[in-house]
Design a protein around this ligand. Structure first.
Ligand code: CO
Length: 208
């Protein structure tokens, strides 16, 4: 119910102020989050809660299946602002097991406009088809595609001029790939080799 939301909101404000009377004064002065989180729009993957962070701690961008398409001005505006203006130290691409977007991309089906969006994931499949086709178990293949999608979207973040320029000037931000497991609530670090990817892609996508 919509009315419940407003009641919840008033209770939340009261609880915050009971803990710290200056809570909203402090937040209204500005933000300097340490992280940019790029995650799936799935309602079960709330960025702040799974990271144990408070308002002001993380700048968040979410879309279907946590992708970073070259032509998506929305995600790239978020990355540029987070890197150049907010000076985040870490960029996290966070996928999740059980992702409906990745599942849909594995089906041979016409999904309308979603075809164009999920093409990003079908491209990831094509890049890693040898590895994925060798996995006989469909669920294991699905989980691996979720992981490979995160890694490829990290590569897309590292391709941007903002990340390359600031990293070379200041040694930040670093890019991380994580997967959230909806079944147990745990985050897993895929240990994406940031330095290796940066060196490799600068041979082609050198922009700074
Ligand atoms: Co998802």
């Amino acid at each position: 119910m919509i009315s419940d939301i407003f009641e919840n909101n008033r209770k939340w404000v009261a609880a915050c102020l009971a803990e710290d009377p200056h809570y909203f004064d402090r937040l209204s002065r500005g933000q300097s989050p340490g992280f940019l989180f790029i995650g799936c729009a799935d309602s079960r993957v709330p960025a702040n809660q799974i990271m144990g962070l408070e308002p002001g701690d993380v700048f968040v961008h979410r879309n279907v299946a946590n992708v970073v398409p070259n032509t998506d001005i929305n995600v790239h505006a978020c990355i540029q602002y987070a890197v150049d203006a907010l000076k985040v130290q870490h960029i996290v691409v966070c996928g999740h097991y059980g992702c409906g977007g990745v599942k849909a991309a594995m089906q041979s089906q016409d999904l309308g406009l979603l075809n164009n969006w999920l093409r990003e994931i079908r491209d990831v499949y094509r890049l890693h088809a040898d590895e994925l086709d060798a996995i006989a178990d469909e669920d294991a293949r699905y989980r691996r595609l979720i992981e490979l999608n995160v890694i490829e979207q990290c590569v897309n973040v590292i391709k941007t001029s903002w990340v390359q320029r600031r990293y070379r000037a200041e040694g930040m931000p670093r890019v991380h790939g994580w997967v959230y497991d909806i079944q147990n609530g745990l985050l897993r670090d895929l240990e994406v080799p940031f330095d290796k990817i940066l060196d490799r892609i600068r041979q082609i996508y050198h922009l700074d």
